[in-house]
Design a protein around this ligand. Sequence first.
Ligand code: ADP
Length: 747
Amino acid sequence: MTAPSPGAGRPLPQRVAGAVRGYAGDPILRRVTAVVTLGAALGSVVVVALPGRASVLAGAGVPAAWLVPGLIVLTCLAEITVVRLRHGEAVEELSLYEAALIIDVLLLPPRHALLAAVAGLVLASVVQRRPAVKALFNLGTYTAAVSVLVLLAQLIGGTGGALTVRVLAGVLIGTLAFTMVNLCCLAQILAVINGAPAWSIVRDEARLSVYMAIGTVATGLITTAIALHAPVLLPFMAMPALAVTYAYRAAARESEERSRSSALLLLSEALAGREDVVRRFLVLVREAFDADVGVIVLRDAEAALSVESGEPSEVRTGPAPAYLAGLRDTDAAVQLTENLPLGLRHAVVVPVEGGGGRFGTAAFATRRRRRMSTGDVTLLASLGNALAVAIRGAEHLERLTEERSKLQAVVEQSAEGIMVIDGAGLVQVWNQALSEIVGVPAAEATGRPLGALLEVPAAEEQALLLPVSVQTPRVATELTVRRPDGEQRRLRLAHSAIFAVGELVRDVVVISDLTREYRTERLKSDFIAMVSHELRTPLTPIMGYVDLLRTRGERMTPQKRADALALIGDRAAHLSRLVEDLLLASRVGDHPDEAALQVNVGTHDLAAIVRQAVGDLGSDRVVLTEPDGAWPARCDSGRTVQVLTNLIGNGLKYSAEDRTVRVGLRRDDGRLHVDVRDQGRGIPSDSLEKVFEKFHRVEDPMTMSTSGTGLGLFIARHLARAMGGDVTLRSTVNVGSVFTLSLPPAS
Ligand code: ADP
């Protein structure tokens, strides 16, 4: 009695009916019209061409008077009695309609069989209030298919009066043809909806439809045979069908349980994954509970997230459904059967609450009549709780990640070097500043011991071993590091160690670069040593002669007194120059503001200035190549004498007593140049620029053999530049140096 009937015997599905409404006026309606017309045409052929009286089993002894109405009712009941079996997203409908058709065809004359089939269908459509378009399409399909069935059964089977092989063949072939016509009509509509060609739908469904047709024929034939010969056995026909239905339901339930388990497994992964938790929860829980709609309204969001069955699992954002309005604070699972949107029969609403927070409300609704079991509702409530815990966890994780990245940024952007060393003494963290200070990149440092990374003098190697202990977890040490490029840096390492059960877990070390301070400190002490030496040198003879003049002055010859006074005057002048240099240098920074040096620029004869400078020095070691004519230059004559005296004085000071210093003038590149050439010790190439820095002296101040402040060249260059010129230098060690003063010519 039961024949499963997807494809062939399937009436226009609900989804298609909905789509038909949506597609009004387009190809679907045209196809519905074509199918209805085909049905009407084939039906007319049956009515006109086939005899009105003889049925296939004519003479079977069935009283004809109540047969037609009886079979109409039977056909209608068969159409209504659909056994719906769900598995997963799919719904399988086992219809009894086709089996009833076989009975109609076997027991009634062709016209009456067609009438019973069509009238039964119309009656069922009215009883079930099917949409008009859907009912009309089904009517057209079935009229066409039944007409073909009736025609073939009548032509092949004849009217033998008994269930002969011919009759069986006629009904079987007729049913196969019925199936195909039905399938082709349905494929027309599905083709438009799915966008696939109709023939491919027919091909995919044909095999299953043929099996269904055979089942239908078998059920119809057996029922007819039993009805004719042993009607008392008819109720037993229901038993195998019932058994099959229940077995199928059990199998479907089991497969449902299996798919729920796998969905729940995925859900547990999703909840642990902490990424996109809410959306994945929605999709997987709807799937696991086979709900038609899943909605989540989160507290801090106005919009709701929802997902529906039948669509690819796509989460949409939209307004929160009205039925959740009063339930946004519910603290227990609630079942709803009223005020649900159209089509939904039943919903379970659960709070998303747990882990110390309330995050929102979730609802899962179905179109089915069957309610969710209490077990399902409890499970859903627990899942709501699990979601809340996962959201809280995700929030914590996000905060933690944010904190971590902030901390990382602080470590990375710190101007101080920062490193973290683990319990095994290996570098874990090595920030950018530290890479720059010691010249070792982080990639090279991580995972290695400090001793393998830093090159330190043998005496300081001890400082590389971690100096921390449980008693003194905070220690600061200093050491000198030689970078890979050879430069030395003085570092201060401030350790802060963490111990657990007496074992070192981690040592956080902040490294400051003391090189500058260290150098400044050295410079300061060098400076004090230099200044006190330089000031004392002229003071000693001054004080000696003043003392001499005071005690024995009257007894001294006038010549000796004059000599003593001249020497005192000379040393005092030296002292005064020294003080003036110091004052000047203190006014001018390393990057000088030229205005700090007061120069009075005018047009002067450079040759005369050079002569004066050489004369002032009064040394017979200075050889001046006499220039021809006048050399008008733009300069401050007094300052230019000062610069040249310094350059020539240095030439004398830094070369042996028997060596000369040559001074000459030349014109080059539109400028005037005075070259001061000595044959002295020369200056190493790495000091060629440094000698112009404030207080820089090539010799070590502690062991210096010549006196000096390291200010002469600094002041000379700044004065020259203030006049629009410069002082430059070429030198070869142990050969000699050439200092050149360049000045702009007077135009
Ligand atoms: P000071 O002569 O007072 O030390 P300067 O600024 O004039 O200061 O010179 C700076 C340094 O440059 C000197 O200490 C010396 O080492 C070096 N220097 C200057 N002139 C010469 C030179 N002609 N030959 C060799 N070294 C020189």
